[in-house]
Design a protein around this ligand. Structure first.
Ligand code: BG6
Length: 496
């Protein structure tokens, strides 16, 4: 049984229901299963099924077009129960409903509760479930999936964690970070640990710096209310980007299981060199978009978005330079950045290798003589290696070329959506790709002093950038070399 709290919300419609539907079409769900929408609106089952049908048509159009019969048979497994998250008794009624459904349909009570609700409701819903014994596992396991943001700061994350543990054990709590569910993020581990030629150079001896970019073309849309209390640091860096960084920088685990992998990623987060005091302005650049042209359209500025305070200082862009204090990465700078209303939607990791020790063709290089390994997470997912090659003809002119693997070349394999993978993993009890409590705490511990400083020191600049640009130019000042710039990602991996 999958119970979705917040079943009428955006996330449920856009991501969760399409993911469950796809799992159903791929025959990855058990023969007997139900999805129970638990929402605060009063509606009967037929109305909810119709809502699900309509939202799948919008958010999973291809799957629906190709599987009209599949859609109707899927909807037979969809149920609805009105549950007001803050009304205790509604959870008593939910329990009766679940028991009734389980008897009627002969379905065991192995239940995933998905918290697709605003974060302030996580502890209330967890407590209400516990109150009515809906966490008890005598008649089947019970797991909760908790969306990000997990807490608002280090202290609130610890507090939330404690509250969830009042009734749920760690192995029942799944903290979702959908970046870890992305096929291409998992492929970073495979690229590194199943090949002989990447890992030997994956260290301070050969790597000059690493860049991680997650840029978005969209603004905050209708999420202004949430975003204005969050900002890019909480929305993207504390979770998605630090998790990707941890996968890029982790040590190889001895065995491939949930605990071994998560033990290694958390070590990276613990090794992050704290950024404090004056270093904050030197190592972190925050920005906010103002009106500008994105493609053919003029976009409004962040402060004009609905739900955003007209004098808001919330950052929609963050670029930072950080270090991992361990043997592998001693003094190798990592540059990470994310922003909204940038020219392209791209997430990629760029490994910049040090130049060869003796530059034989230095005067003959038409491009920078440095090699790069690009791990493209999306779009056009894949891996590219950028290296110098002799230009055919007389002499020894050298130019960088690109050897790229694109996932799209694997015609027979489709890349699953992150939520499909993660929902299925939770159902089978595999928490490898979910964030463990210690990792969540470690990343809060790292970003908290920066957020605090921004809050209390108005003199730390908030740079404005026009929508449709790559963020404030000041983000280039993070590099020690004044001629160095962030790589401009292009759709097909091309390098400058
Ligand atoms: C979400 C953030 O977690 O990730 C959004 O809340 C952001 O603000 C989204 O747009 C980005 O995810 P993706 O998969 O589109 O890169």
């Amino acid at each position: 049984m999958l119970v979705i709290f917040g079943s009428n919300g955006d996330l449920a419609k856009r991501k969760l229901l399409p993911a469950v539907f796809q799992l159903y079409l791929d025959k990855l769900l058990p023969e007997h299963f139900v999805v129970i929408g638990a929402g605060s609106q009063e509606k009967d089952e037929d109305t909810y099924r119709n809502d699900v049908r309509e939202s799948l048509k919008v958010f999973a159009p291809n799957a629906v077009l190709q599987n009209e019969d599949g859609l109707e048979s899927f909807l037979k497994n969809v149920y609805y129960k009105k549950v007001h998250n803050q009304t205790e008794e509604d959870f008593g009624a939910l329990k009766e409903y679940i028991t009734g459904l389980s008897e009627k349909l002969d379905i065991s009570q192995k239940i995933v509760y998905y918290f697709s609700i605003p974060p302030f409701l996580y502890e209330v819903v967890a407590a209400n479930l516990v109150k009515y014994g809906l966490n008890q596992e005598e008649n089947g396991w019970k797991r909760i999936i908790v969306e990000k943001p997990f807490g608002y700061s280090y202290d609130t994350a610890i507090d939330l964690d404690k509250k969830l543990h009042n009734g749920f054990n760690e192995d029942q709590i799944y903290r979702i970070d959908h970046y870890l569910g992305k096929e291409t993020v998992q492929n970073i581990m495979v690229t590194r640990f199943s090949n002989g030629f990447f890992e030997p150079i994956w260290n301070r001896k050969y790597i000059d710096r690493i860049e991680i970019t997650a840029s978005e073309r969209i603004g905050v849309g209708n999420r202004g209310g949430y975003y204005d209390t969050s900002g890019a640091m909480r929305d993207m860096i504390q979770n998605h980007l630090l998790q990707v960084l941890a996968v890029v920088a982790m040590e190889p685990p001895a065995i491939f299981d949930s605990d071994s992998i998560r033990n290694e990623t958390v070590k990276v987060l613990h090794a992050l060199r704290p950024i404090k005091g004056n270093d904050i302005s030197k190592q972190v650049v925050r920005g906010q978009y103002i009106t500008g042209q994105v493609g053919d359209e003029v976009q409004k500025g962040y402060r004009q978005e609905s739900g955003v305070a007209p004098n808001s200082k919330t950052e929609t862009f963050v670029a930072m330079k950080l270090f991992i204090d361990n043997w592998r990465w001693g003094d190798v700078p990592f540059y990470i950045r994310t922003g909204k209303q940038l020219p392209d939607r791209v997430t990629e990791v760029v490994i910049h290798l040090k130049p060869a020790p003796h530059q034989l063709f230095k005067q003959l290089c038409l491009t920078e003589p440095n090699n790069m390994i690009i791990l493209r997470i999306h779009p056009d997912a894949g891996v590219a290696i950028d290296f110098g090659m002799k230009i055919p003809g007389a002499g020894f002119k050298v130019q960088n070329v690109n050897m790229a693997f694109h996932y799209s070349d694997l015609a027979e394999k489709k890349i699953s959506e992150a939520y499909e993978r993660l929902l299925l993993d939770c159902m089978i009890g595999d928490s490898t790709l979910y964030a463990r409590a210690d990792a969540v705490k470690a990343s809060w511990q790292f970003v908290d002093p920066i957020l605090q400083a921004w809050k209390i020191n108005p003199e730390i600049p908030l740079y404005f950038y026009e929508a449709g640009t790559w963020g404030p130019v000041e983000s280039n000042s993070l590099f020690d070399d004044k001629f160095m710039r962030w790589r401009q990602p292009f759709e097909k991996f091309k390098t400058e």
